[in-house]
Design a binder for this molecule. Structure first.
Ligand SMILES: *[C@@H]1O[C@H](CO)[C@@H](O)[C@H](O)[C@H]1NC(C)=O
Length: 347
Protein backbone atom coordinates (compact mmCIF):
# COMPACT_ATOMS: atom_id res chain seq x y z
CA UNK A 1 0.00 0.00 0.00
CA UNK A 2 2.68 2.43 1.04
CA UNK A 3 4.67 1.73 -2.10
CA UNK A 4 1.75 2.32 -4.41
CA UNK A 5 0.81 5.62 -2.80
CA UNK A 6 4.44 6.74 -2.90
CA UNK A 7 4.67 5.77 -6.56
CA UNK A 8 1.47 7.66 -7.29
CA UNK A 9 2.85 10.72 -5.52
CA UNK A 10 6.11 10.51 -7.46
CA UNK A 11 4.10 10.40 -10.69
CA UNK A 12 2.23 13.60 -9.98
CA UNK A 13 5.04 15.56 -8.29
CA UNK A 14 6.24 18.41 -10.49
CA UNK A 15 9.74 18.47 -12.00
CA UNK A 16 9.77 22.16 -12.84
CA UNK A 17 7.69 25.20 -12.05
CA UNK A 18 4.45 26.49 -13.45
CA UNK A 19 3.56 29.91 -12.06
CA UNK A 20 0.33 31.84 -12.19
CA UNK A 21 -0.19 35.26 -10.63
CA UNK A 22 -2.29 38.40 -10.73
CA UNK A 23 -1.20 41.84 -11.92
CA UNK A 24 -3.18 44.98 -11.14
CA UNK A 25 -3.56 47.90 -13.54
CA UNK A 26 -0.48 50.09 -13.76
CA UNK A 27 -2.13 52.58 -16.13
CA UNK A 28 -4.56 52.75 -19.07
CA UNK A 29 -2.84 55.01 -21.59
CA UNK A 30 -2.37 55.62 -25.33
CA UNK A 31 1.28 54.53 -25.34
CA UNK A 32 3.12 51.65 -27.03
CA UNK A 33 6.89 51.61 -26.41
CA UNK A 34 7.18 48.38 -28.43
CA UNK A 35 5.38 49.16 -31.71
CA UNK A 36 5.38 52.98 -31.58
CA UNK A 37 8.35 53.92 -29.38
CA UNK A 38 8.33 57.60 -28.50
CA UNK A 39 4.83 58.21 -29.92
CA UNK A 40 2.77 60.26 -27.52
CA UNK A 41 0.03 59.39 -28.18
CA UNK A 42 0.30 56.01 -29.92
CA UNK A 43 -2.52 55.07 -32.33
CA UNK A 44 -4.59 53.10 -29.81
CA UNK A 45 -5.27 52.79 -26.08
CA UNK A 46 -3.70 50.02 -23.97
CA UNK A 47 -4.21 48.60 -20.52
CA UNK A 48 -0.74 48.17 -19.03
CA UNK A 49 0.64 46.22 -16.04
CA UNK A 50 3.90 45.60 -14.23
CA UNK A 51 6.95 47.73 -13.41
CA UNK A 52 6.41 51.46 -12.92
CA UNK A 53 9.34 52.50 -15.14
CA UNK A 54 6.98 52.03 -18.13
CA UNK A 55 7.24 55.04 -20.45
CA UNK A 56 6.63 56.03 -24.12
CA UNK A 57 10.08 54.84 -25.17
CA UNK A 58 12.03 51.96 -23.58
CA UNK A 59 15.20 50.98 -25.51
CA UNK A 60 16.09 47.27 -25.18
CA UNK A 61 18.71 46.54 -22.49
CA UNK A 62 19.35 50.27 -21.93
CA UNK A 63 15.95 50.68 -20.25
CA UNK A 64 16.49 48.16 -17.46
CA UNK A 65 13.01 47.68 -16.02
CA UNK A 66 14.20 45.87 -12.89
CA UNK A 67 16.62 48.70 -12.05
CA UNK A 68 14.49 51.68 -13.07
CA UNK A 69 11.20 50.53 -11.52
CA UNK A 70 10.52 51.25 -7.86
CA UNK A 71 7.40 49.06 -7.70
CA UNK A 72 5.41 46.54 -9.73
CA UNK A 73 1.65 46.04 -9.99
CA UNK A 74 2.25 42.26 -10.25
CA UNK A 75 2.16 39.83 -7.35
CA UNK A 76 5.80 38.58 -7.70
CA UNK A 77 7.84 41.37 -6.14
CA UNK A 78 10.80 40.70 -8.47
CA UNK A 79 8.79 40.92 -11.70
CA UNK A 80 9.14 44.40 -13.23
CA UNK A 81 8.15 43.21 -16.71
CA UNK A 82 5.49 45.13 -18.61
CA UNK A 83 2.46 43.31 -19.95
CA UNK A 84 -0.18 45.00 -22.07
CA UNK A 85 -3.12 44.53 -24.42
CA UNK A 86 -5.57 46.84 -26.12
CA UNK A 87 -8.45 48.22 -24.06
CA UNK A 88 -12.05 47.20 -24.72
CA UNK A 89 -15.10 49.39 -25.41
CA UNK A 90 -18.86 48.90 -25.41
CA UNK A 91 -20.64 50.65 -28.27
CA UNK A 92 -24.10 51.90 -27.35
CA UNK A 93 -27.11 51.97 -29.66
CA UNK A 94 -26.55 55.68 -30.25
CA UNK A 95 -22.95 55.05 -31.25
CA UNK A 96 -21.27 56.41 -28.10
CA UNK A 97 -18.65 54.38 -26.20
CA UNK A 98 -17.71 53.45 -22.68
CA UNK A 99 -14.56 51.58 -21.62
CA UNK A 100 -15.16 48.07 -20.26
CA UNK A 101 -13.22 47.57 -16.99
CA UNK A 102 -11.30 44.42 -16.07
CA UNK A 103 -11.50 42.27 -12.96
CA UNK A 104 -9.28 39.65 -11.36
CA UNK A 105 -9.78 35.91 -11.84
CA UNK A 106 -11.46 33.78 -9.17
CA UNK A 107 -9.02 33.76 -6.26
CA UNK A 108 -7.70 37.21 -7.23
CA UNK A 109 -10.66 39.26 -6.00
CA UNK A 110 -9.60 42.70 -4.81
CA UNK A 111 -7.03 43.09 -7.54
CA UNK A 112 -7.46 46.41 -9.35
CA UNK A 113 -8.34 45.42 -12.95
CA UNK A 114 -5.30 44.01 -14.70
CA UNK A 115 -5.04 40.33 -15.63
CA UNK A 116 -3.64 36.92 -14.71
CA UNK A 117 -0.21 35.96 -16.06
CA UNK A 118 1.20 32.43 -16.46
CA UNK A 119 4.69 31.09 -17.20
CA UNK A 120 4.50 27.41 -18.18
CA UNK A 121 6.94 24.72 -19.31
CA UNK A 122 4.25 22.20 -20.25
CA UNK A 123 0.57 22.68 -20.77
CA UNK A 124 -1.43 24.16 -17.92
CA UNK A 125 -3.18 20.94 -16.91
CA UNK A 126 0.13 19.05 -16.63
CA UNK A 127 1.11 19.02 -12.95
CA UNK A 128 4.53 17.55 -13.71
CA UNK A 129 5.96 20.30 -15.94
CA UNK A 130 8.72 17.89 -17.01
CA UNK A 131 10.14 19.95 -19.87
CA UNK A 132 12.82 22.46 -19.06
CA UNK A 133 12.88 25.94 -20.51
CA UNK A 134 15.35 28.79 -20.69
CA UNK A 135 14.29 32.10 -19.22
CA UNK A 136 14.06 35.27 -21.32
CA UNK A 137 17.12 37.54 -21.33
CA UNK A 138 17.21 41.19 -20.22
CA UNK A 139 15.97 43.39 -23.07
CA UNK A 140 13.76 40.62 -24.52
CA UNK A 141 10.38 41.69 -25.85
CA UNK A 142 7.74 40.30 -28.20
CA UNK A 143 4.20 40.72 -29.35
CA UNK A 144 1.69 38.27 -30.71
CA UNK A 145 -1.36 38.78 -32.87
CA UNK A 146 -2.16 41.25 -35.64
CA UNK A 147 -4.46 44.23 -35.02
CA UNK A 148 -5.11 44.36 -38.79
CA UNK A 149 -6.49 40.79 -38.85
CA UNK A 150 -10.18 40.98 -39.74
CA UNK A 151 -10.97 37.45 -40.93
CA UNK A 152 -10.78 34.08 -39.22
CA UNK A 153 -8.15 32.96 -41.76
CA UNK A 154 -5.89 35.85 -40.74
CA UNK A 155 -6.51 35.24 -37.04
CA UNK A 156 -5.73 31.55 -37.47
CA UNK A 157 -2.08 32.44 -38.16
CA UNK A 158 -1.97 32.83 -34.37
CA UNK A 159 -3.44 29.58 -33.07
CA UNK A 160 -3.74 30.49 -29.43
CA UNK A 161 -5.40 33.91 -29.19
CA UNK A 162 -8.99 33.33 -28.16
CA UNK A 163 -12.08 34.44 -26.22
CA UNK A 164 -14.06 32.58 -23.58
CA UNK A 165 -17.65 33.68 -22.86
CA UNK A 166 -17.76 33.30 -19.07
CA UNK A 167 -21.05 31.83 -17.86
CA UNK A 168 -19.41 31.85 -14.42
CA UNK A 169 -15.85 32.47 -13.28
CA UNK A 170 -14.82 28.87 -13.92
CA UNK A 171 -15.96 28.60 -17.56
CA UNK A 172 -12.99 27.68 -19.78
CA UNK A 173 -14.66 26.25 -22.90
CA UNK A 174 -15.38 26.81 -25.69
CA UNK A 175 -12.74 29.24 -26.93
CA UNK A 176 -13.50 31.29 -30.06
CA UNK A 177 -11.34 33.40 -32.38
CA UNK A 178 -14.01 36.10 -32.67
CA UNK A 179 -15.84 38.04 -29.96
CA UNK A 180 -18.65 36.09 -28.26
CA UNK A 181 -21.88 36.87 -30.10
CA UNK A 182 -24.14 36.70 -27.01
CA UNK A 183 -23.92 38.41 -23.59
CA UNK A 184 -21.49 36.64 -21.21
CA UNK A 185 -22.91 36.72 -17.67
CA UNK A 186 -19.55 36.64 -15.83
CA UNK A 187 -17.55 38.58 -18.45
CA UNK A 188 -15.42 38.06 -21.54
CA UNK A 189 -12.09 36.35 -20.94
CA UNK A 190 -9.37 37.09 -23.50
CA UNK A 191 -6.69 34.37 -23.69
CA UNK A 192 -3.31 35.19 -25.19
CA UNK A 193 -0.60 32.52 -25.44
CA UNK A 194 2.74 33.61 -26.84
CA UNK A 195 4.95 31.43 -29.07
CA UNK A 196 7.56 29.40 -27.20
CA UNK A 197 10.53 28.89 -29.56
CA UNK A 198 13.28 31.54 -29.68
CA UNK A 199 15.95 32.05 -32.37
CA UNK A 200 18.48 32.19 -29.54
CA UNK A 201 20.00 35.43 -30.80
CA UNK A 202 17.63 38.37 -31.15
CA UNK A 203 15.98 40.12 -28.21
CA UNK A 204 13.49 41.66 -30.65
CA UNK A 205 12.77 41.74 -34.41
CA UNK A 206 11.35 44.40 -36.77
CA UNK A 207 7.82 42.95 -36.53
CA UNK A 208 8.44 42.03 -32.84
CA UNK A 209 7.23 38.48 -33.67
CA UNK A 210 9.69 36.72 -36.00
CA UNK A 211 12.47 36.15 -33.44
CA UNK A 212 9.92 33.72 -31.95
CA UNK A 213 8.14 30.77 -33.55
CA UNK A 214 5.57 28.08 -32.82
CA UNK A 215 6.73 24.44 -32.57
CA UNK A 216 7.65 22.83 -35.92
CA UNK A 217 5.02 20.13 -35.47
CA UNK A 218 2.24 19.59 -32.99
CA UNK A 219 2.03 22.46 -30.53
CA UNK A 220 3.29 23.60 -27.16
CA UNK A 221 0.65 21.49 -25.41
CA UNK A 222 1.75 18.31 -27.21
CA UNK A 223 5.46 19.06 -26.58
CA UNK A 224 6.07 19.66 -30.28
CA UNK A 225 9.76 20.23 -31.12
CA UNK A 226 11.03 23.74 -31.85
CA UNK A 227 12.06 24.41 -35.48
CA UNK A 228 15.82 24.47 -36.31
CA UNK A 229 15.56 28.21 -37.00
CA UNK A 230 14.21 28.81 -33.48
CA UNK A 231 15.75 26.03 -31.38
CA UNK A 232 15.47 27.47 -27.87
CA UNK A 233 12.44 26.42 -25.88
CA UNK A 234 11.15 29.29 -23.70
CA UNK A 235 8.38 29.46 -21.08
CA UNK A 236 4.92 29.82 -22.52
CA UNK A 237 3.67 33.21 -21.38
CA UNK A 238 -0.10 33.35 -21.19
CA UNK A 239 -2.43 36.23 -20.31
CA UNK A 240 -6.01 35.86 -19.12
CA UNK A 241 -7.72 39.23 -19.29
CA UNK A 242 -11.25 39.29 -17.88
CA UNK A 243 -13.43 42.15 -19.03
CA UNK A 244 -16.29 42.80 -16.62
CA UNK A 245 -19.33 43.14 -18.88
CA UNK A 246 -22.06 43.14 -16.21
CA UNK A 247 -23.07 46.76 -16.92
CA UNK A 248 -23.29 46.00 -20.65
CA UNK A 249 -25.14 42.69 -20.83
CA UNK A 250 -28.76 43.94 -21.15
CA UNK A 251 -30.10 42.85 -24.54
CA UNK A 252 -32.08 46.12 -24.65
CA UNK A 253 -28.74 47.97 -24.93
CA UNK A 254 -27.41 45.69 -27.69
CA UNK A 255 -27.68 46.47 -31.42
CA UNK A 256 -31.03 45.50 -32.96
CA UNK A 257 -29.36 43.81 -35.95
CA UNK A 258 -27.98 40.88 -33.92
CA UNK A 259 -24.39 42.12 -34.00
CA UNK A 260 -22.37 42.21 -30.81
CA UNK A 261 -21.41 45.59 -29.30
CA UNK A 262 -17.84 45.14 -28.00
CA UNK A 263 -15.02 46.85 -29.87
CA UNK A 264 -11.26 46.80 -29.23
CA UNK A 265 -9.62 50.21 -28.77
CA UNK A 266 -8.20 49.88 -32.31
CA UNK A 267 -11.72 49.74 -33.78
CA UNK A 268 -11.98 45.96 -34.17
CA UNK A 269 -15.48 44.66 -33.49
CA UNK A 270 -14.71 41.22 -34.95
CA UNK A 271 -12.20 40.19 -32.30
CA UNK A 272 -9.81 38.73 -34.89
CA UNK A 273 -7.29 41.50 -34.21
CA UNK A 274 -6.62 40.24 -30.65
CA UNK A 275 -2.97 40.92 -29.74
CA UNK A 276 -0.74 41.35 -26.70
CA UNK A 277 2.68 42.72 -25.83
CA UNK A 278 5.42 41.59 -23.47
CA UNK A 279 8.62 43.28 -22.27
CA UNK A 280 10.71 41.06 -20.00
CA UNK A 281 11.83 42.69 -16.76
CA UNK A 282 12.39 40.10 -14.01
CA UNK A 283 15.16 41.01 -11.58
CA UNK A 284 18.52 39.28 -12.24
CA UNK A 285 17.96 35.53 -12.74
CA UNK A 286 14.86 35.35 -10.53
CA UNK A 287 12.63 33.93 -13.30
CA UNK A 288 15.09 31.14 -14.18
CA UNK A 289 15.44 30.23 -10.50
CA UNK A 290 11.67 29.99 -10.14
CA UNK A 291 11.32 27.99 -13.38
CA UNK A 292 13.90 25.48 -12.06
CA UNK A 293 12.01 24.81 -8.81
CA UNK A 294 9.81 21.71 -8.64
CA UNK A 295 6.49 23.38 -7.88
CA UNK A 296 3.05 23.93 -9.32
CA UNK A 297 1.63 27.46 -8.73
CA UNK A 298 2.81 27.54 -5.11
CA UNK A 299 6.49 28.20 -5.65
CA UNK A 300 8.65 29.13 -2.70
CA UNK A 301 11.31 30.85 -4.78
CA UNK A 302 8.71 33.29 -6.15
CA UNK A 303 8.77 36.20 -3.70
CA UNK A 304 5.39 37.89 -3.51
CA UNK A 305 3.92 41.15 -2.27
CA UNK A 306 0.49 41.97 -0.84
CA UNK A 307 -2.50 42.89 -2.97
CA UNK A 308 -2.46 46.36 -1.36
CA UNK A 309 1.11 46.83 -2.58
CA UNK A 310 0.15 45.64 -6.10
CA UNK A 311 -2.83 47.99 -6.20
CA UNK A 312 -0.75 50.89 -4.89
CA UNK A 313 1.71 50.59 -7.78
CA UNK A 314 0.19 52.82 -10.47
CA UNK A 315 1.46 55.64 -12.67
CA UNK A 316 -0.17 58.80 -14.04
CA UNK A 317 -1.37 58.98 -17.63
CA UNK A 318 1.03 60.65 -20.04
CA UNK A 319 -1.72 61.28 -22.61
CA UNK A 320 -4.38 63.64 -21.30
CA UNK A 321 -7.72 62.59 -22.83
CA UNK A 322 -11.14 61.25 -21.82
CA UNK A 323 -10.95 57.47 -22.20
CA UNK A 324 -14.63 56.94 -21.42
CA UNK A 325 -14.45 55.53 -17.88
CA UNK A 326 -17.25 57.77 -16.55
CA UNK A 327 -19.11 59.47 -19.36
CA UNK A 328 -20.09 58.11 -22.75
CA UNK A 329 -17.64 59.37 -25.37
CA UNK A 330 -18.42 60.09 -29.02
CA UNK A 331 -15.24 58.45 -30.32
CA UNK A 332 -12.71 55.91 -29.05
CA UNK A 333 -9.37 57.68 -28.25
CA UNK A 334 -7.50 58.14 -31.54
CA UNK A 335 -10.75 57.64 -33.52
CA UNK A 336 -9.68 54.37 -35.18
CA UNK A 337 -11.64 53.22 -38.26
CA UNK A 338 -14.38 50.77 -37.20
CA UNK A 339 -14.61 47.16 -38.37
CA UNK A 340 -17.82 45.77 -36.97
CA UNK A 341 -18.94 42.17 -36.76
CA UNK A 342 -22.01 41.07 -38.67
CA UNK A 343 -24.71 38.79 -37.27
CA UNK A 344 -23.06 35.73 -38.87
CA UNK A 345 -19.70 36.63 -37.35
CA UNK A 346 -18.28 37.99 -40.60
CA UNK A 347 -17.03 41.56 -40.97
C1 LIG B 1 -26.29 57.22 -25.64
O1 LIG B 1 -26.49 55.96 -25.02
C2 LIG B 1 -26.09 55.88 -23.68
C3 LIG B 1 -26.24 54.43 -23.23
O2 LIG B 1 -27.53 53.96 -23.47
C4 LIG B 1 -26.90 56.86 -22.85
O3 LIG B 1 -26.56 56.79 -21.49
C5 LIG B 1 -26.64 58.25 -23.37
O4 LIG B 1 -27.42 59.19 -22.68
C6 LIG B 1 -26.95 58.33 -24.86
N1 LIG B 1 -26.52 59.61 -25.38
C7 LIG B 1 -27.23 60.32 -26.26
C8 LIG B 1 -26.60 61.61 -26.71
O5 LIG B 1 -28.30 59.95 -26.66
Amino acid sequence: MQWTSLAALALVAPSHALIRFGCSQLVVDRLDPLVNPGSNPSPHLHQILGGNSFQPSMKPVEHDLAKLSTCTSCQPSEDFSNYWTAALYFRSRNGTFKRVPQKGNAGFEGQNGGMTVYYMQNQLADYQQKAKVQSFKPGFRMLIGDPAADTKAKADKFPQLTYTCLQDMSTRFPETKNFPTKPCPAGIMVNLRFPTCWDGVNLDSPDHISHMAYPASGNFESQGPCPASHPVRMPQVMYEVIFETKDFNAKADWPTDNTQPFVWSFGDGTGYGNHGDYVFGWKDDSLQKIMDEACYVNCKSMKTQSMDAMNACAIKNVVDEDIGDKDWIAEIPGAPPMKLQAADGSV
